[in-house]
Write a protein that binds this ligand. Structure first.
Ligand code: ZN
Length: 217
């Protein structure tokens, strides 16, 4: 099975992608962590990424996003499926994201859209914080470790991302609506889109996805 999973900030697609990867024996490619991981590698692509992501702190271009996905896909055994999380996030990334599947003889079967409302997205993201050292995420009021403000994994300080404010979230939602909604429309027209209500609890969302995946097979 080869799947793309997309959705606005805070929709929980990362968690769902991990659960799906485990259930269906897929490799989860998450763009943010793939970028960070490859930026730390001593390769020509790694050096280029380090320059853009860590030094200049700029957004990476479509070409580089494609290189990163291709590199990740190359490392996956041919008999394993992929769940691609967070790409393509705009129309100009579609061809190259799909080429990556094709290059390895894989076929994109479904695109999952985890939908939540704008107010839910703002609400969830404003409660989010993360470890400044290892990057692990936490939810305020939910994970008790936050009371101490120390990461249980590595002892780093837990902080809130500067742009995880209602205004920051709204700005990113605008970009999602402008750039990613057309991608979802494109897959809807191809009959590949699966829309999922992301406002239920994690297990119910997962159940919905699994049921829909089974039905369409
Ligand atoms: Zn940590």
């Amino acid at each position: 099975m080869n799947i793309i999973i997309l959705g606005p900030q805070g929709c929980g697609k990362g968690t769902q992608a991990e659960m799906l990867a485990e259930k269906f024996n897929l490799v989860h490619i998450e763009m943010g962590s793939a970028l960070r991981k490859q930026a730390a590698e001593d390769t020509p692509l790694g050096k280029k990424l380090d320059e853009i992501v860590n030094r200049k702190r700029e957004l990476v271009s479509d070409d580089i996003v494609a290189d990163v996905i291709r590199e990740e896909a190359k490392r996956i055994p041919a008999d394993k499926g992929i769940i691609l999380d967070g790409a393509p996030r705009k129309m100009s990334q579609i061809d190259e994201a799909e080429d990556t599947f094709k290059e390895n003889g894989r076929k994109l079967e479904k695109v999952i859209f985890v939908k939540i409302s704008e107010s839910e997205s703002v609400n969830r993201i404003s409660k989010r914080c993360a470890c400044s050292k290892c990057g692990k995420g936490f939810i305020l009021g939910k994970d008790p470790v936050n009371l101490k403000g120390i990461c249980p994994e590595c002892g780093g300080k837990i902080i809130r991302r500067k742009d995880d404010t209602p205004d920051g979230v709204k700005k990113r939602l605008e970009i999602f609506n402008r750039e990613t909604i057309p991608v979802l429309d494109y897959y809807r027209n191809k009959g590949l889109l699966m829309e999922i209500n992301g406002e239920k609890n994690i297990n119910n969302v997962f159940e919905d996805i699994v049921n829909k995946l089974k039905r369409k097979k």
